[in-house]
Design a protein around this ligand. Structure first.
Ligand code: NAD
Length: 489
């Protein structure tokens, strides 16, 4: 199979040391050959990023000039959105109506960080010594290893590349082996935008080799990781040698809480978006419906009616609302957890079994766990289209059930009572709380988790500071010669 996909290392495109097939989830068959970076190429990419850090072509650019490169990248991304969307849809199975809109919006993230580049300021310290002037500058932390999963990868790269490049870092970006096409294609835009060689390198390969060599490399100063908690533990272990700073954006089991005074139509639509958009393959999936007992039947009846009308189809058809999963492994995991949950007393209300349709499809599924609130499907992140339902009687129970997992990424609250909404937003342990909405994002708004959902924040102005470290400079202003050398000043 001829492949248009190459690795991007030190400003040049090259074949991988190995190759592997990428699967089209709509058919379940290979559609493209991808280049696999092995140890030597990963190391070369890090060396290139390390050299670029000191190369005047990058190191002497002013912050505004770095911003201009990011603005140019944003424009190129906007122009290339239809082409990249088609690749992402083919490689991941994510529906075209979502990939098109999402990629165009990602350009706004690069513009936001382009504007931040020359606003990363230092400070002056009024120290308690009259003959000293002390100031603090913000320095780029160094080489950043950005490691992302297959879902929303252009977005998850933008929230790392944007602030890291604004801060003056250099980057080795590792695309997921499950669907690396969109990021390898994106590398062409980085090249076109004019980033000096080595400033951004884009590679892909398998986690245990490519990802491990990258995150443990002695010249990597920071690892910005998005993925699952199990891989995050490997990342932390990989960094015991280089002692790199690590940020983790991990999974979730986010509660979607509906009180009996909520606007039910709005809540039903938001719940559909929360769990069935992207076929549930979203870190913020609202996969635990907590509904107040008195409205459970009415809410589920409306939800089931809407679910029955979801248009399942080919992801490249603009009319399709629900496409396949990305990998067969995920589908089998979902089936295993569902089978265990049913054995534990959960009741399947819709979906639950794959159809004989070709491709890696799994239908929108709702399971009632109100009689078995410890069922696996209500405690495990499934990363798929499975909504687990539980009930609560009052506000205190809603909070206690919402906080009953070790995750803490997102939460949705539906109520017309705004004082209650405020109380819940304080009581729920999660990095994002959406009130009477769900799945809303903006480059201006920080995003990240509590607990097993990780730490570090992406988005917002402060994210650029996460790619810097401070330098404290002391200047003695006195002309009087230094006195006693054997005491601390
Ligand atoms: P994953 O953890 O399996 O893989 C993520 C990346 O880590 C891939 O590039 C992979 O190659 C790499 N990797 C794997 N083993 C490695 C190792 N030993 N050393 C270094 N790198 C290694 O994740 P996935 O299955 O592709 O994605 C799904 C997960 O990502 C879910 O848990 C989801 O919730 C999470 N996610 C989180 C966010 C967020 O912002 N919080 C966003 C999207 C996805």
């Amino acid at each position: 199979m001829d492949s248009p996909f190459e690795l991007y290392i030190d400003g040049r495109f090259e074949a991988g040391a190995g190759t592997f097939d990428s699967i089209d989830p709509a058919t379940g068959t290979p559609w493209a050959t991808m280049p696999e970076a092995r140890r030597e190429q990963v190391e070369r990419a890090v060396e290139a990023a390390d050299r670029a850090l000191r190369d005047p072509a990058w190191a002497t650019l002013t912050a505004s000039q770095r911003g201009k490169l990011l603005y140019r990248l944003a424009d190129l991304l906007e122009q290339a959105a239809p082409e990249l969307a088609a690749i992402e849809t083919r490689d991941t199975g994510k529906i075209i109506r979502e990939t098109r809109g999402q990629i165009a919006y990602i350009a706004e993230y690069y513009r936001y960080y382009a504007g931040i580049a020359d606003k990363i300021e230092g400070s002056f310290v009024p120290v308690d010594k009259p003959d000293m002037q002390v100031w603090i500058s913000r320095e780029p932390i160094g080489v950043v290893a950005a490691i992302v999963p297959w879902n929303s990868q252009l977005f998850l790269s933008a929230v790392k590349l944007g602030p890291a490049l604004a801060a003056g870092c250099t980057v080795v970006l590792k695309a997921s082996e499950e669907a690396p096409g969109p990021l390898l294609a994106f590398a062409r835009l980085l090249h076109q935008a004019g980033f000096p060689p080595g400033v951004v390198n884009v590679i892909t390969g398998f986690g245990p080799e490519c990802g491990a060599v990258l995150s443990s490399h002695p010249k990597v100063a920071q690892v910005a990781f998005t993925g699952g908690p199990a891989t995050a533990r490997h990342i932390v272990a990989n960094t015991t040698g280089n002692l790199a700073r690590v940020s983790l954006e991990l999974g979730g089991k986010s509660p979607f809480i509906v009180f009996d005074d909520a606007d039910l139509d709005s809540a039903v639509n938001a719940q559909l978006a929360a769990i069935f958009a992207a076929s549930g393959q979203s870190c913020v999936a609202g996969s635990r419906l907590l509904v107040q007992a008195g409205i459970k039947d009415a809410f589920l009846a409306r939800l089931l009616e809407k679910v029955a009308a979801i248009r399942i189809g080919a992801p490249d058809d603009a009319a399709t609302e629900f496409g396949p999963l990305c990998t067969e492994r995920q589908r089998q995991n979902i089936e295993a957890v569902l089978a265990a949950s049913v054995a534990q007393g959960a009741r399947v209300l819709c979906g639950g079994t794959r159809s004989d349709r070709a491709g890696i499809y799994f239908p929108p599924t709702i399971v009632d766990c109100s009689a078995s609130p410890q069922a696996d499907s209500i405690t495990t992140e499934l990363f798929g289209p499975v909504l687990s339902v539980d009930v609560f009687d009052d506000e205190a129970q809603a909070i206690s059930k919402a906080n009953s997992t070790a995750f803490g990424l997102a939460a949705g609250i539906f109520t017309r009572n705004l004082t209650r909404a405020h109380r819940l937003s304080r009581a729920i342990r999660s990095g994002v709380v959406w009130i009477n909405t769900y799945r809303a994002i903006s480059p201006l708004a920080p995003f990240g988790g509590f607990g097993l959902s990780g730490h570090g924040r992406e988005g917002g102005a402060a994210a650029a500071l996460e790619y810097t470290t401070t330098k404290t400079v002391w200047l003695r202003t006195s002309d009087v010669p230094m006195d006693d050398p054997f005491v601390m000043r």
